[in-house]
Design a protein around this ligand. Structure first.
Ligand code: ZN
Ligand code: ZN
Length: 327
């Protein structure tokens, strides 16, 4: 919930060593604990590799998966265009008068849609979070949703619970220990539909872990999961458009509106730690983190705007160094 961790140009070697040590010990303990099951799994490398790719979302790398990703964004761009008009549209901001911020957003979108973001994330995290996530999904299967016998209740409950997971993981990323990683998303200085794709490579690893816990406990109604993700993804892109509508009573009682999410990106300290929701408004209202978006324009981004002063890769590296320093 803060933007206050100071800049450190030097990487903290001591903290980096402790961090690497904790990660290694955790992996060794888990491997030792699951050594027998792991042995069986490794005797079928193809199955293990598939599981590993599932955790990193790389398993859906195909022409059609990419087309679906593009379609979700195009749907959001069109809604943005017809709502805001050409002059204020994301399309104009991105393609006609791009700022440094929107250029980085566009590059992030390209990486995300081509799955390079996930592939690079897998490499820079050394696969640790994905390895742990794949183990979790393999060995823990409570499948609580599977115990519900009424078929139509399953997907609805899945959607609502998934949204709680998104709220919690987003709030978790605003924790002092993880804020630096999430700050890459908040460094955008203008809202465009593509801002949704802006994120640090390691942040995806944290989300993979949350997702693995969610699926391990809840299970998933496989037939509906595609529709749920498509719907959520279009709305996630729309949340980052500069649409001014607060959506009337829907935006008061059901959905987090784009202006409410814009307030989450506000540079004003009074707005920090508000509106974590990414679909339903309920969790912010219930847990006291909701703030009504105000009228008129306000600045978004970080008080320390260093990430737009450098290229994408240097920005990623600098965020990583600052994150280690903040641990
Ligand atoms: Zn945030
Ligand atoms: Zn956002």
């Amino acid at each position: 919930m803060n933007q206050t961790v100071p800049i450190s140009k030097k990487i903290s070697t001591k903290k980096l060593t402790i961090f690497a040590g904790v990660v290694c010990i955790t992996v060794i303990l888990l491997v030792y604990y699951y050594r027998i099951k792991l042995g069986l799994l490794l005797s079928n490398p193809a199955a293990f590799w598939k599981l590993f790719l599932n955790a990193s979302e790389l398993s859906d790398f195909s022409f059609w998966a990419i087309m679906v990703s593009v379609a979700t964004c195009v749907a959001a761009l069109l809604i943005d265009f017809f709502t805001l008009g050409w002059k204020n549209s994301s399309l104009r901001k991105i393609f006609v008068r791009p700022t440094t911020s929107s250029k980085i957003d566009s590059f992030c979108f390209f990486l995300s849609v081509s799955r390079l973001h996930q592939a690079l994330g897998l490499c820079v995290s050394l696969g640790v979070a994905y390895f742990l996530s794949s183990l979790l999904m393999k060995f823990i299967k409570f499948n609580l949703l599977g115990s519900i016998q009424i078929p139509w209740v399953q997907p609805i409950l899945f959607f609502v619970l998934l949204d709680i997971k998104h709220y919690l993981e987003h709030r978790f990323m605003h924790n002092r220990k993880f804020w630096e990683l999430h700050s890459f998303h908040h460094s955008a200085t203008e809202m465009t539909v593509f801002t949704n794709a802006r994120g640090h490579l390691l942040e995806a690893s944290v989300y993979a872990f949350f997702t693995a816990i969610f699926f391990a406990v809840m299970g998933s109604p496989l037939h509906q999961i595609f529709l749920v993700y498509f719907f959520r993804e279009v709305y996630a892109y729309l949340l980052h458009s500069d649409v001014k509508s607060k959506l009337g009573w829907v935006g008061r009682w059901i959905l987090i509106s784009p202006p409410a999410h814009k307030l989450h990106h506000s540079i004003n300290p009074e707005d920090y730690g508000r509106n974590f929701g990414t679909f339903f408004i309920w969790w912010d209202k219930l847990l006291g983190t909701y703030k009504e978006p105000r009228e008129g324009e306000f600045k978004i981004g970080l008080t320390d705007d260093y990430q737009n002063q450098m290229n994408y890769f240097k920005g990623q590296w600098t965020v990583f160094k600052r994150w280690i320093h903040s641990l």
